[in-house]
Write a protein that binds this ligand. Structure first.
Ligand SMILES: O=C(O)CCC(=O)C(=O)O
Ligand SMILES: [Fe+2]
Length: 255
């Protein structure tokens, strides 16, 4: 998988990502992070760290293979026509397609998910209650790798698998009470590049678009979840799978 033109041929961040103290093509203040891999983008009421290639291609390929490995199934498999994904013999991850209830009707969530973490890190969103599966060695490794950047280890991770550009995530904020007031969420993307959109709640014209590439890391922090929403829109031209992992800290659970 190739990373589009956010990096120079030598794999360094393009110097034009921050021009005159602003993030490329925007009015948002930005500066290069000291790690040489990412940019910090300062939004009104929130902050982002964005590194288009935090993990190199070999490491990223290895993670993606681990997450989607399924006994006897080729990676070109048409997962959209696969019924009962949760019954498939995935080698490492217990993928499932959840259903949500809206106005008395049930719908399949337009992507495949899995929730991993410490035993006590129960999570619920959109009426879906998730009990974590126990960490795999690779997921723990990824958690530790983010520790250097985020100065913490997370107690859980939500995995989302977009089988192709037909799968998506609607506008939302990760503002569940279980995550505490101003959560720091670290998101790793693997596989197909997808558009990631952000918009300010009070003014939808105030927006930002990032491309989340294979091996990229995005960290959302500050008050972002209270004042901004984010989404992954459908992308008709995208035929490949993408897996996103959002590492979170569940601070509170239901009694
Ligand atoms: O797939 C992504 O990059 C976004 C995932 C997300 O927003 C979430 O899991 O809450
Ligand atoms: Fe989210």
């Amino acid at each position: 998988m190739q990373t589009p033109d956010l990096l120079t041929e030598a794999g360094e961040l393009l110097p034009s990502l921050v021009v005159g103290g602003k993030f490329i093509n925007t009015d948002f203040d930005a500066y290069y992070h000291g790690d040489g891999l990412g940019v910090v983008i300062v939004l009104p009421q929130g902050k982002l760290y964005y590194a288009p290639q935090y993990f190199d291609q070999v490491v990223s390929d290895d993670y993606l293979y681990h997450l989607l490995a399924c006994e006897g199934v080729d990676y070109r498999h048409d997962w959209h026509s696969q019924a009962n994904i949760d019954k498939m013999p995935f080698t490492n991850i217990r993928w499932q397609q959840d259903t949500i209830s809206l106005y008395g009707k049930t719908h399949l969530v337009p992507r495949i998910s899995a929730w991993y973490g410490d035993a006590q890190a129960y999570y619920s969103y959109s009426g879906i209650d998730l009990k974590p599966h126990a960490w795999t060695k690779k997921l723990l490794q990824l958690n530790q790798a983010l520790g250097k950047l985020c100065l913490r280890e997370f107690n859980s991770v939500l995995l989302n698998w977009y089988r192709s550009g037909k799968d998506y995530m609607s506008w939302h904020a990760d503002d569940e009470w279980q995550l505490g007031k101003n959560p720091l969420i670290a998101s790793v993307s693997l596989g197909a590049s997808r558009r990631f959109l952000l918009r300010q709640n009070s003014n939808h014209a105030n927006k930002l678009e990032l491309v989340l590439t294979h091996g990229s890391v995005l960290v959302m922090t500050g008050q972002l979840q209270h004042y901004w929403q984010h989404s992954i829109p459908k992308q008709a031209n995208c035929t490949m799978s993408r897996v996103n992992l959002t590492f979170r800290n569940v601070l509170y659970t239901k009694p």
